[in-house]
Write a protein that binds this ligand. Structure first.
Ligand code: PMP
Length: 371
């Protein structure tokens, strides 16, 4: 491996180096075709094989059941905040569980298309999200067309460790999950999900590709105002080729899927191995923060994200020194989101354990110097 810096960006974020190397090697001539993938017709046999392999491998990795369709779309997470209500709400009731900045944004956008109610809001008196309201406390309306939640809040650093069982809560509404910032970091219980969406630019590959996994019975209910290119039924009927899909991003995502399939760690292979490494990385970082008298993470332990770990220096005057020292050690993009301040370490799938170890030793050294 080379000596690239460790990149803690929240997204777009680090891509496995093996994948970048392969993309570089295939840039001018993909597998003897004489073309770069970005120069190929999306309807040709070369791209067709790339597209089909990506679909097959994603389905296998996440164990997506046959009654779900996988759509490769554009528009990102914020695009889906409008596309989901246009397709699923039928103009009626939409209930949103607010656990941080991204679910709050989803509620706001859905209001343009549907009658939105906040089923629960986890903000504390200071307006911060540091815990997830228990599912039993959610107010779900009997006529809700769907219930939306964000299963990993990228800015606040909260993650659902289990998806709620809406049926057990007495609701037949499908659950819509924004899993943009932790897709493919862990397994998914599809029996609890109606639709899941994710922008690709964190755990999957380049920005520009949006993954949608949707249960078949939810297709075909789009509002008349819904653009054809964003109508799930139309996209599904055309195998994500109603319009030109983001071909190069799909290609890179496909390489990331193969990287996950090969991935080995702690005697495991594939997604299970990656999940184990994600647990180990997050555990190491949270333990270090909790043991520190200079740094702190404020999220309740059971709600802490494995992917996005915001932390604060108790003396905020040291922030600039901390960031400069980090950069000097090759630890990049640790500055927290502007709405929260402080620091944030995003440790997605592509972050090796060594990257978190390097961050942890920097935290300890910095504390020794300033403690
Ligand atoms: N949802 C979540 C959980 C996100 O982390 C982000 C991006 N950081 C978005 C939605 C918005 O995605 P995009 O910028 O692709 O629209």
């Amino acid at each position: 491996a080379s000596h690239r810096p460790f990149n803690f960006s929240a997204g777009p974020s680090a891509v496995p180096e093996e994948v970048l190397t392969q993309v570089a090697a295939e840039m001018l001539d993909w597998q003897g075709s004489g073309m770069s993938v970005m120069e190929m017709s999306h309807r040709g046999k070369e791209f067709g094989s790339i597209h089909e392999a990506a679909l097959r491998n994603l389905r296998e990795l996440l164990q997506i059941p046959p009654n779900f369709r996988i759509l490769f779309m554009q528009g990102g997470g914020l695009g889906e905040n409008a596309i989901v209500p246009m397709n699923l709400s039928r103009g009626g009731a939409v209930d949103v569980v607010v656990t941080g900045a991204w679910s709050r944004k989803s509620a706001g956008e859905a209001r343009r298309y549907a009658d939105v109610k906040i089923a629960a809001d986890g903000a504390n008196a200071a307006g911060r999200h540091e815990s997830i309201p228990p599912a039993a406390s959610w107010q779900i309306r009997p006529d809700a067309s769907y219930v939306h939640l964000c299963s990993n809040e990228t800015i606040d650093g909260l993650e659902f460790q289990h998806l709620p069982d809406l049926k057990a809560l007495g609701s037949d509404a499908p659950l819509v999950v924004d899993c943009s910032s932790h897709i493919l970091s862990r397994t998914v219980d599809w029996s609890k999900v109606g639709l899941a969406f994710a922008g690709a630019q964190k755990n999957v590959g380049p920005a520009g590709l949006t993954l949608v996994v949707v249960r078949e019975d939810l297709l075909g209910h789009a509002l008349p105002i819904c653009p054809s290119a964003f109508n799930y039924q139309t996209v599904a009927d055309n195998n994500s080729m109603f319009n030109t899909p983001p071909t190069f991003a799909i290609y890179v995502a496909g390489l990331v899927f193969e990287w996950i399939q090969r991935f080995q760690y702690a005697g495991k292979t594939g997604l299970a191995a990656l999940e184990q490494r994600n647990i180990d990385k997050a555990t190491l970082l949270y333990q270090t923060l909790d043991a520190s008298s200079l740094f702190e993470n404020r999220v309740a332990p059971e709600a802490r994200s494995r992917m996005n770990i915001p932390f604060f220096l108790r003396d905020e005057r040291l922030n600039d020194d901390f960031l400069a020292g980090a950069r000097a050690r090759g630890l990049l993009q640790l500055k927290g989101h502007k709405s929260v301040g402080g620091m944030r370490a995003s440790i997605y799938n592509a972050m090796p354990l060594e990257g978190v170890q390097a961050l942890v030793s920097y935290l300890k050294d910095f504390e020794t110097q300033h403690g």
